[in-house]
Ligand binder design. Structure first.
Ligand SMILES: CC(C)(COP(=O)(O)OP(=O)(O)OC[C@H]1O[C@@H](n2cnc3c(N)ncnc32)[C@H](O)[C@@H]1OP(=O)(O)O)[C@@H](O)C(=O)NCCC(=O)NCCS
Length: 131
């Protein structure tokens, strides 16, 4: 994955929820090394990245982060294809349950995930702590 190109895609695509401080190249390299083969990218024939998502697991549950497709390439099934590829790779690792979070300020994201089979859990809150 060309990380600079993927970072550029994510920076452009997300209204909110993309943190420059958190999404550094070094952190992404560490994530990809811990989770080989699971993340997916979509490219043009000439190799230009038009979509990307990060996928990993903790031995128990799969996770997907940073799913984005450039506006020009949306609604062509690219997001769905990237999700399918990553879930196939998770299955090979024995993982058949996935969780992901969305930011409600990214319009259309919940509709996208729901329409490809992800259920919204209404009684869970997602907490975080910096330490
Ligand atoms: C969300 C996103 C990744 C979808 O990618 P995409 O390649 O356009 O999605 P697909 O073409 O594979 O769509 C798959 C399904 O989701 C639906 N869908 C996609 N975007 C949608 C939207 N904005 N509103 C409602 N439904 C949507 C499609 O209609 C399709 O359903 P169908 O097969 O029943 O017609 C893309 O719109 C994007 O990059 N958005 C900006 C970044 C973002 O908010 N990402 C969400 C991360 S949580």
């Amino acid at each position: 994955m060309d990380l600079d190109e993927a970072l550029k895609l994510w920076r452009i695509s997300f209204n909110v929820g993309f943190s420059e401080g958190f999404e550094t190249k070094e952190i992404l390299i560490r994530y990809l090394n811990r989770n080989p083969e699971l993340s997916s990218v979509a490219c043009t024939k000439s190799g230009e990245i038009v979509g990307a998502l990060m996928c990993g697991h903790d031995g128990r549950r799969g996770s997907i982060y940073n799913t984005a497709v450039y506006e020009k390439y949306r609604n062509k099934g690219i997001g769905r294809k990237m999700e399918q590829r990553s879930l196939e790779e998770l299955k090979k690792a024995g993982i058949t349950t996935g969780f992901l979070f969305i930011n409600i300020n990214n319009p259309g994201s919940e509709e996208f995930w729901n329409s490809i089979g992800w259920a919204t859990i209404s009684n869970i809150k997602y907490l975080y702590k910096e330490f």
